[in-house]
Design a protein around this ligand. Structure first.
Ligand SMILES: [Zn+2]
Ligand SMILES: [Zn+2]
Length: 485
């Protein structure tokens, strides 16, 4: 890159990197952001502090307020361009009226790389990429490695003998394996933590143990490298004696790497990391026939999802699939405010009759991803006259906060080649296809229109792009015409 950066620019990007460094954001990247006003003074700073919290750009923009207008933004990673749990930062930067955005590193994921920068450019914002790129990548080499290669993101955590458990140092094994240089940068003097220490840390909610248990141990177990009870691993020096004393099995990093590569090749036809784990499986007889209920755990957020499988689906084309978003009020209490419960029953009915298909029940999608409490709060706002979209926005949520990554991975795990998706929501189809799932047809699923949810369904059609043939189904009244709302 021929561009010459000024010392001041380097200083601001260094500051952004230092802001990001202390935070444990796994599986999100560490990101820092500094906003420099037209007068050359810093007007906003921010870092991503962890999963479920605001992105660095959002934090800095909030601090900057009106001073962001005409400002230059220094950010360590390309601003995001997609609706995930939060709206895209690229949009937020455009809305704030910044004049220039300097990015250290592009998003390493080839599917989105360059998109955030392009969005900024389209809005007339001057962009520059590559300032202190190496430093920014080293800030979170595990993330970059994972996104670039598709290998699972794993961490081995090694307690430092001096600092003891509170100052535990984490090491990214995926990075260690392929990028030995970075091992040298990590000053670890490892002592194997005892199982008691690990459990003690787990009680205090220490992040590293959570990662160990869900991601690393889970994946290693599936690879047959550890049994359910054993906890540990590693690194460099000979820990056999210590491990034996603590009843721990020692695995070396090379073995882990080989295990991951094996899982990756076997389990992930599209080259995706296996971020869901199959945890339990049982048969469930229902009114709509017998299903196999397969319980999955998402390694991204620990949520539990269920795939209700009817018949043989592995390797099949055009499998009927419903990806159903959890709705406690509709699914369990048969609320008439929405059509969820009716759609769930209708989907099970159709798949039961077809003799082959899958109902994926996705947890954490309550109220299009806003959660149960906020969904009830949104209902309260609707009682005052807002529609469902306005109510969500008023509570500070995007109109649709759902992500279909885990669902797509479950479908991949079930080995389905292509599917027919039962939904009225074209955006859901796009959300699933974004993960490489092949959908050959969208099959409408209309059920449960009633006097209570007619406005809600019309809002879904008008504002969320749903395709519902209201005429056809206004005749199909569902029980309960007299309710409290
Ligand atoms: Zn973002
Ligand atoms: Zn519902």
């Amino acid at each position: 890159m021929s561009r010459i950066w000024s010392d001041a620019e380097r200083g601001w990007m260094s500051r952004a990197i230092e802001l990001a460094r202390p935070h444990r954001t796994h599986p999100n990247p560490r990101v820092g952001c500094v906003i420099v006003g037209a007068g050359g003074k810093v007007v906003g700073e921010g870092a991503h502090r962890g999963v479920g919290t605001s992105h660095a750009e959002a934090v800095a923009l909030e601090q900057a307020g009106d001073a962001a207008r005409g400002a230059t933004v220094f950010v360590t990673l390309e601003p995001c361009s997609h609706y995930g749990r939060t709206p895209p930062c690229a949009d937020a930067l455009v809305a704030a009226g910044v004049a220039r955005v300097v990015v250290a590193a592009y998003d390493p994921d080839v599917r989105v790389r360059g998109r955030g920068v392009a969005m900024l450019q389209q809005a007339g914002i001057e962009t520059a990429v590559g300032l202190m790129e190496d430093e920014a990548v080293r800030l979170d080499v595990g993330f970059h490695h994972h996104r670039r290669t598709g290998l699972p993101y794993v961490r081995a955590v090694v307690a430092d003998a001096e600092a003891r458990s509170d100052e535990a140092v984490s090491v990214d094994i995926a990075a260690l394996i392929s990028e030995a240089d970075h091992l040298l940068e990590t000053t670890v003097s490892p002592r194997l933590p005892t199982r008691g220490e690990l459990e003690g840390l787990a009680e205090h909610g220490h992040l590293y143990v959570a990662i160990e248990d869900t991601e690393m141990i889970g994946s290693l177990r599936r690879a047959g490298l550890v049994d359910a009870a054993s906890h540990y691993v590693r690194i460099g020096e000979n820990h056999d004696g210590l491990a034996a004393q603590n009843g721990l099995r020692v695995i070396d990093a090379g073995e882990i790497g080989a295990g991951y590569r094996r899982i990756d090749l076997e389990r992930s036809p599209a080259g995706w990391p296996p971020l869901v784990l199959r945890r339990a499986e049982a048969s469930i007889p229902t009114h709509h026939g017998r299903f196999r209920a397969i319980g999955y755990e998402s390694l991204e957020d620990g949520r539990h999802h269920v795939a209700l499988v009817r018949g043989r689906v592995a390797g099949e084309e055009g499998v009927l699939v419903r990806i159903h978003s959890e709705c406690l009020t509709g699914d369990v209490f048969s609320s008439l405010r929405c059509d969820c419960g009716f759609q769930l029953q209708e989907a099970m009915h159709r798949i039961g009759e077809a003799g082959r298909g899958v109902v994926l029940y996705m947890r954490g999608h309550e109220g299009r991803g806003i959660g149960l409490i906020d969904k009830l709060a949104a209902y309260a706002l609707q009682e005052q006259g807002r529609d469902t979209v306005e109510a969500n926005l008023e509570l500070g949520h995007p109109e649709d906060n759902r992500d279909y990554g885990a669902g797509a991975r479950i479908l991949a795990d079930l080995g389905i080649s292509s599917l027919r998706l039962l939904t009225n929501n074209p955006a859901k189809r796009a959300g699933v296809e974004a993960y490489g799932v092949r959908i050959i047809e969208r099959v409408p699923l209309v059920a449960g229109e009633n006097d209570h949810n007619r406005t809600y369904l019309r809002t879904k059609v008008a504002k969320l792009g749903h395709v519902i043939d209201m005429e056809d189904h206004s005749r199909r009244r569902v029980r309960g015409e007299t309710g409290e709302d």
